[in-house]
Write a protein that binds this ligand. Structure first.
Ligand code: CMC
Length: 431
């Protein structure tokens, strides 16, 4: 016998309304308020979406209380350990781990689409030479819709697929070009004989004047960074991509919108902000001053790389990232630099401080990723572009899921209007 559908009862001005409850495969139930305004004439109010599910999805699951992150059901720790980024991309896009034949086909497809249209080289040259790579990426990824017209018809499933592969393949090339441009070095073309992470490292760090050998430990750490950032449920940038896509905008434009959102220091920009903060602190003896500032209600300063909207125990990505940091710093023999000493001591103090314990503020993924990227030789301005290229697959998987949903509706939040009521225009001489 089928279960009786559950409802929540809302009583408002003496009338009652039955609101359906939906149960997920795992996680909290949701109350369906889609008909609430039509039936009761009220909106719900949830700025910051702290209690609102904006879509249904089968891609990524987070349990913030126990620090769990699953891609299509697979724990992030297992994927970071046993899988690699392109396999994770396949999993996120198509829902299952690939067979050896599927993996071979997918990896070949991505690898063979890493070059960008040659005219894009000219397009890059229009940017100021000292532009932040994120600024360049927002522009160049948006401009992909001008360069790749033949994959912008979102009603055509084949074109959606082509656009997806193009972005996953070309974003590392674009990110590396943005970096090379910002430091005045020649662009480096991708190479098909290298894996995804090694190819990216080479495009960033090689110069035509000499050969560049990719260190397998660094390439593994890079690949893990990509994997750990690949998707993260309905965060701000993913919701931006979905909202932009809900109007029918093409996928390049939507991903460019996601990159713009990611740039903010409360989101992906935190990795750059975190390392800059560690450098600003400079020496261990200055940590108490910064901890005091973070606690001061009148000071807007926050400890970057700490806290998360969803994780209230620990960030599972941070745990894996910390292991990688130890590995990479050990390999490079720089366990003892001053920034790292500050990071370790800051982490220790913050984890013991009642303010951080009470508010459940733990180091997040951005606390450690910046340390690794810095050790690898990336400037802080490249940290967020690396996050953006890693997250591109998540944005695309979420966008594709949304477009394929027959119930797709344009996203259109309502508001609690607190402005003036209707009033008559006042002629300028009477004001
Ligand atoms: N340092 C000091 N206090 C903090 C911090 C912090 N990093 N984060 C939150 N708080 C305090 C905040 O002041 C507030 O205190 P009170 O209740 O007394 O007003 C309380 O903790 C709750 O903060 P909130 O801003 O309401 O929480 P939120 O869920 O809206 O914000 C966050 C989450 C990640 C934006 C925030 O923790 C933050 O700004 N962290 C620093 C930036 C950062 O590291 N961001 C990367 C997030 S992980 C990567 C990603 O997903 O993009």
């Amino acid at each position: 016998m089928a279960d009786t559908p559950r409802t929540a009862t809302l009583t408002l001005d003496g009338k009652t309304y039955e609101l359906p409850i939906h149960s997920p495969t795992v996680g909290p139930d949701v109350i369906d308020i889609r008909k609430l305004y039509a039936q009761a004439g009220v909106f719900t109010y949830d700025p910051g979406f702290t209690s609102t599910a904006a879509c249904d999805s089968t891609i990524t699951y987070i349990d913030g209380d126990i620090g769990e992150l699953l891609y299509r059901g697979y724990p992030i720790e297992q994927l970071a350990d046993k899988s690699h980024y392109l396999e994770v991309c396949y999993l996120l896009l198509y829902g299952e781990l690939p067979t050896p034949e599927e993996a071979e086909k997918f990896e070949t497809l991505v690898t063979r689409h890493t070059m960008v249209h040659e005219q894009m080289h000219m397009f890059f040259r229009g940017f100021r030479r000292d532009a932040h790579p994120m600024a360049t990426m927002v522009g160049v990824v948006g401009a992909m819709s001008a360069f790749y017209h033949d994959s912008t018809d979102i009603t055509d499933e084949y074109q959606r697929e082509v656009a997806s592969i193009r972005m996953i393949a070309k974003l590392p090339t674009i990110a590396a070009m943005a970096y090379k441009y910002s430091i005045g070095q020649p662009f480096v073309y991708p190479r098909n004989d290298l894996d995804y992470a090694s190819n990216f490292l080479r495009m960033c760090f090689s110069v035509p004047a000499e050969e560049y050998e990719v260190d397998p430990i660094l390439s593994r750490a890079m690949d893990r960074i990509f994997t750990l950032h690949a998707d993260h449920e309905q965060n701000a940038s993913t919701s931006t991509v979905r909202l932009a896509g809900s109007s029918g905008a093409n996928p390049f434009a939507c991903v460019a919108a996601g990159i713009a959102c990611l740039w903010g220091p409360a989101h992906g920009g935190a990795n750059q902000a975190c390392l800059e903060m560690l450098r600003e602190i400079g020496t261990v003896d200055r940590i108490p001053e910064f901890i005091a500032r973070a606690k001061d209600k009148d000071d807007p300063f926050r400890l970057m790389g700490f806290g998360h909207r969803v994780y209230k125990n620990f960030d599972p990505r941070a745990k894996v990232m910390k292991e990688s940091a130890d590995e990479v710093l050990g390999l490079l023999g720089i366990e003892n630099n001053e920034t790292l000493k500050v990071a370790k001591e800051l982490e220790r103090i913050a984890l013991e401080d009642p303010y951080f314990i009470d508010k459940k503020l733990y180091p997040n993924v951005d606390f450690y990723s910046g340390i690794i990227l810095d050790a690898m030789g990336f400037p802080t301005s490249m940290f967020t572009p690396i996050f953006a290229m890693s997250r591109t697959v998540g944005w695309i998987a979420q966008w594709k899921e949304m477009i394929a949903d027959p119930q797709l509706k344009i996203g259109r939040p309502r508001q609690l209007y607190m402005g003036d009521t209707a009033r008559d225009y006042i002629d300028v001489e009477k004001r």
